[in-house]
Each structure stands twice: as structure tokens, then as C-alpha cells.
Design a protein around this ligand. Structure first.
Ligand code: GRF
Length: 206
């Protein structure tokens, strides 16, 4: 019996290079999902243009009317995702925390990418944190989102050496190349039902 293709919703706030990498992986046949919709909280997000150029609907959901009511905003986003039949969610540079009711709508099917080797350097400006701390190795992490800040079960990581003379920008650029590789790979693991979770451990089936 063939499994129905997962319907992917991507939430993004910025330029959308991870979104681009995900859509390219789908187009190459490396990621078995149907890209259903891209949602952004910023009207100028480059991700909207990326979506358009790949023929994927892009929707701006304005946070302003919801003020500090995170759950109300998330309900508005959820209704867009439901309208498009989404059952798998990628946060690709989405600069908002998602609420518990949002996560409950997609149990263990919300993935995020973070530009450090978690649990090192969670939160904003992870590449700057790494350079300023003086680590020799940093990288990126794809994880299943839980209610904490960058704390969920880890799916995939890639290590990136910090070279002498690296600036935040040069390190960020090398990490980004690895992000573009491991985010589609991790989405594929979940789309193919190859992930089980035990406590905080994600167990991957070969
Ligand atoms: C990436 O560095 C990602 O790790 C972080 O936000 C950035 C998004 O970049 N969460 P882009 O919009 O995908 O180009």
C-alpha cells in the first residue's frame, strides 16, 4: 500500500533560503512531500517571492491585530494551514515561538532548523554567540519543536569547523550550506515515518 504524500506547510519570516532548498529537494525528487503553502508573519519576507517562483501559495498573516496574544495568532495561522491540508510543518527561519495548541495540531510533525550544534547557543544570533565564545566547531541542528526554546528532540546535526579569522558572516554562510542539506533530509525522515520519539530522544529508522 502506498502512503499518501505528506502535505508540507512552511513558516518563514525572512529571505527564505532554507525554503528554497526544501522546494528544490522536492523538485529533484529527493523529498517526498507536497508543498502546500508558505505562511509568513512579515509582508516583505523574501520567502513569499521564493514560494511564488516555485508555484506554491504564499500567505502573509499579519500579527498586528493579535498583539501579544500568541495563541490567537497561531489559530489564524493554523486555519490557513488546515485550509491547505497541511500535515507536516517546517519552521524555516520563523522568528516567532509557536504555542502549545499549535504544536498539538501537528504532534511531532513540526520541525525547526537552528544554526548551532544544540544545546549550545540556543536563541537569537547563534553564529555570533559561537564566534564570540571561541568554539572551534559549530554547525546546525534540525529538531522536532517542543514548547521550549530550541529544546526539542534532535533529528540531524552537521558540524562546521570555525576557521581562524572567521567572522559571523563567513561562519554563517558555511553553516547555511549545511542547513540546506540537512533540513530536507530531516523532513524526509519524518515524511517517510522513520522517526519515533522516546523521551527526548528521536530514534531514526534506517
Ligand atoms: C537560518 O540560519 C536558520 O537556521 C535560522 O534562520 C535562518 C533563516 O534563513 N533559524 P533563511 O530565511 O532560510 O535564508
Amino acid at each position: 500500500m502506498t502512503r499518501a504524500l505528506a502535505s508540507l506547510g512552511v513558516l518563514a519570516s525572512g529571505r527564505g533560503s532554507n525554503l528554497e532548498a526544501i522546494l528544490q529537494a522536492v523538485e529533484r525528487g529527493d523529498l517526498p512531500v507536497r508543498p502546500a503553502v508558505v505562511v509568513t508573519n512579515r509582508p516583505q519576507a523574501g520567502a513569499l517571492e521564493v514560494a511564488r517562483s516555485h508555484g506554491v501559495p504564499g500567505v502573509f498573516v499579519d500579527p498586528k491585530p493579535y498583539g501579544r496574544d500568541r495563541e490567537a495568532y497561531d489559530r489564524a495561522v493554523l486555519s490557513v494551514l488546515h485550509e491547505h491540508g497541511v500535515d507536516l510543518v517546517a519552521l524555516a527561519g520563523y522568528l516567532r515561538l509557536v504555542s502549545a495548541p499549535f504544536l498539538a495540531a501537528f504532534p511531532r510533525r513540526v520541525l525547526n532548523i537552528h544554526p548551532s550544534l544544540l544545546p549550545a547557543f540556543p536563541g537569537l544570533e547563534a553564529q555570533r554567540q559561537a564566534v564570540e565564545y571561541g568554539v572551534r566547531v559549530s554547525g546546525c541542528t534540525v529538531f522536532l519543536v517542543d514548547e521550549g526554546l530550541d529544546t526539542g528532540p534532535i533529528l540531524l546535526q552537521a558540524a562546521v569547523p570555525v576557521e581562524p579569522g572567521d567572522t559571523v558572516d563567513t561562519l554563517a554562510a558555511r553553516i547555511l550550506e549545511q542547513e540546506h542539506r540537512i533540513f530536507p533530509e530531516a523532513l524526509r525522515l519524518v515524511a517517510e515515518d522513520r522517526v519515533t520519539v522516546s523521551g527526548r530522544l528521536a530514534i531514526l529508522k534506517p
